[in-house]
Write a protein that binds this ligand. Structure first.
Ligand code: HEM
Length: 172
């Protein structure tokens, strides 16, 4: 223990400050808050996706590292921090801001929004799987091959493409 806040606590503090800032923007800006919240939503999405695309890449390197080696232990720290400091808070913000946008923008009954929601739920499922995999790697109990991690690595990218097309084109 160093006596300073750990990465998880710092991420929670950053999340809290962001939430207060957005709540203030909503109260002070009235109707103009929508575009600011949308900007914050896109920033959160970029952070979430960056982590979701990078974490399986770390797993691919981790498959080649001997358990107990310096590389393996370093990758454990990188995976844990990426998940706790970037991916988890970014996902929470994406959901909160996205649901507020859907409610405020009157999209809750739109067809494109329901399709987007289905893909975002699938993306959140991939998130849960990657999160459980961080714990398995930490215990040296990964059983997925590097080749299969390369395939799993494509899932967030494919879902992202579908989600962005749905929300921008709004085809139905
Ligand atoms: C976590 C649950 C999510 C919900 C509830 C949600 C909902 C929304 C809503 C209602 C909007 C506003 C649409 C508009 O004003 O026209 C929006 C904007 C946007 N969302 Fe999401 N979203 C979520 C996650 C995502 C994800 C995972 C991505 C990308 C991978 C994404 C990408 C975008 C983009 C790029 C915009 C801006 C679209 C524009 O202004 O043209 N969202 N989202």
């Amino acid at each position: 223990m160093t006596g300073t806040a750990g990465p998880g606590a710092r991420a929670a503090i950053a999340l809290g400050i962001t939430a207060v800032g957005i709540a203030a923007a909503i109260l002070l800006l009235g109707d103009r808050a929508y575009m600011w919240v949308k900007a914050a939503h896109v920033i959160a999405i970029i952070s979430w996706m960056a982590g979701m695309l990078y974490l399986p890449r770390l797993f691919i390197y981790h498959c080649d590292a001997l358990p107990g080696s310096e590389l393996s232990e370093t990758l454990k720290v990188m995976e844990h921090r990426l998940l706790r400091v970037i991916i988890n808070p970014a996902m929470a913000l994406s959901w909160i801001l996205g649901l507020w946008l859907a409610w405020r923008g009157g999209f809750l009954t739109a067809g494109w929004f329901h399709a987007k929601l289905a893909f975002v739920i699938a993306l959140s499922g991939v998130h849960g799987y990657l999160s459980a995999s961080v714990r398995r790697f930490a215990a040296d109990q990964n059983s997925v091959s590097a080749r299969n991690w390369r395939i799993i690595n494509e899932a967030p990218a494919v879902l992202m493409v579908l989600i962005v097309i749905l929300v921008i084109v709004k085809p139905f």
